[in-house]
Ligand binder design. Structure first.
Ligand code: APR
Ligand code: PHB
Length: 394
């Protein structure tokens, strides 16, 4: 089967789907190729903290109805250490901006439904995706769909296929730079059937390591504890996880974690990663395909959405005004925000986790940083404005 489209999009994650919707709004045609099934992408549990800018974009795109109904707006977070909680008040410190908790797979469901409703094409379960002719003016994507060979000729290709996709490795290595850091710990995450223990997220630093209290719905809590990234989840019976959470989150005023059955658990590795540049000829990377952050700053989804906003704007300028200046500047424009988010996520991670080789000096440094962050308006403002997200044009 031979097909043609203006923009071939690899991957139906938040980056790929949002790009196809942004382009459709301006009359630009695209086809999305996704290696997994619709059911799978709509049910994979990921994070779910939407920055104000992501919420505003969803609303402008007509995707905000369910998010407004089911998402929960948070006006602050708690940093907990030394047995006490300290609130970072976004309403006060971040110019009234806030975050919305709305799980990533719900964003995916809304985007897929909207795109299919418009008559857009998303090919699910594609296999053997391969890029060709990427140095030419008409790059090509080959893949297999429903046992048929597909050749998709495009004006542009967007690689939105996440960290483990094929896009990044299709870039010629000459001129590429990779920046990476892995952390000597991971997060053990659980979903627990219990009503919320807190109305806002709690990021806790303790002698025993980091813990995070988040939520998915009024009946489901999402909780994490720092662990050895190579550990086997079989070493963690539910009771041990709950004991560890309780120990790390304990306060001097007797705070209680509401508990219930653990319905899912797993261990995630943590890494910072950036590839530069994020483009080659008519081929552009966006989202996790180009960069990942440790989850501590909750930036991954928001960065992916910011990338494709820039890419869509640049493509619109190309098609409507025949100007390629924004396309040429794409990588430089995105990387400014990417590195800001890389720094913020690294900083939050470094402040809140126990490192295997840290000594008493290092722990005093972390404690000094935490005290300063919650007691200085300037420092708390810095955390707040990064957490709710910098404006799109930053
Ligand atoms: N061909 C087609 N699709 C692919 C391929 C491939 N070879 N490889 C991966 N994919 C698909 C994946 O199945 C996934 O649905 O690409 C999609 C990539 O989506 P994400 O990994 O969600 O990446 P992105 O859209 O950049 O969004 C980043 O997702 O991983 C989280 O924490 C991250 O919140 C961040 C967000
Ligand atoms: C989550 O709810 O899964 C979550 C929340 C905040 C984070 C990371 C993950 O920083």
């Amino acid at each position: 089967m031979n097909e043609r489209t203006q923009v071939g999009i690899i991957g139906a994650g938040p980056a790929g789907l949002m790009l196809s919707l942004l382009l459709a709004r301006e009359g630009i045609d695209s086809i999305v190729l996704e290696s997994r099934s619709r059911e799978e992408i709509e049910s994979t549990i990921r994070a779910g903290v939407l920055e104000q800018g992501t919420v505003d974009l969803m609303t402008v795109m007509g995707l905000g109805e369910r998010m407004r109904r089911e998402g929960v707006v948070h006006h602050g977070i708690e940093l907990r250490f030394g047995g006490a909680g300290h609130r970072i008040d976004f309403a006060d410190l971040a110019g009234g901006r806030s975050i919305t908790l709305y799980p990533q797979h719900e964003v995916i469901k809304d985007c897929v439904a909207a795109r299919l409703e418009q008559g857009g094409t998303i090919l699910f379960n594609v296999r053997h995706v391969q890029l060709d002719d990427i140095s030419t003016g008409q790059p090509l994507i080959r893949c297999v769909h429903q046992d048929k060979q597909v050749e998709l000729r495009c004006d542009f290709i967007a690689g939105c296929d996440g960290f483990h996709g094929v896009s990044r490795s299709s870039l010629p290595e000459t001129g590429l730079r990779v920046f990476s850091r892995s952390y000597p710990f991971g997060w053990l995450g659980i979903l627990m059937q219990a009503p919320p223990s807190t109305s806002e997220l709690i990021y806790a630093y303790s002698e025993r390591g980091f813990a995070l209290v988040s939520t998915r719905s009024p009946e489901l809590q999402r909780l994490y504890i720092q662990c050895d990234p190579t550990d086997d989840i079989a070493n963690w019976p539910d009771a041990l996880i709950l004991d560890e959470l309780q120990a790390r989150l304990a306060t001097s005023h007797g705070w209680e974690l509401r508990v219930g059955p653990v319905v899912q658990k797993g261990i995630l590795a943590m890494r910072s990663f950036v590839v530069e540049p994020m483009q080659y000829g008519r081929f552009f990377l966006a989202g996790d395909a180009a960069h990942i952050v440790p989850p501590t700053g909750a930036k991954g989804l928001n960065l992916a959405v910011a990338d494709v906003r820039h890419l869509a704007r640049a493509l619109v300028r190309f098609y409507q005004h025949n100007q390629s200046d924004l396309l040429e500047a794409y990588s430089t424009t995105c990387l400014k925000r990417v590195w800001r988010a890389e720094h913020f996520s690294w900083w939050m991670t470094s402040m809140l986790h126990r490192f295997p080789d840290d000594d008493a000096f290092q722990q005093r440094m972390q404690r000094a940083q935490l005290d300063y962050t919650v007691n200085s308006r300037a420092a708390a403002t810095s955390l707040a404005e990064n957490y709710v997200g910098l404006p799109f044009d930053w």
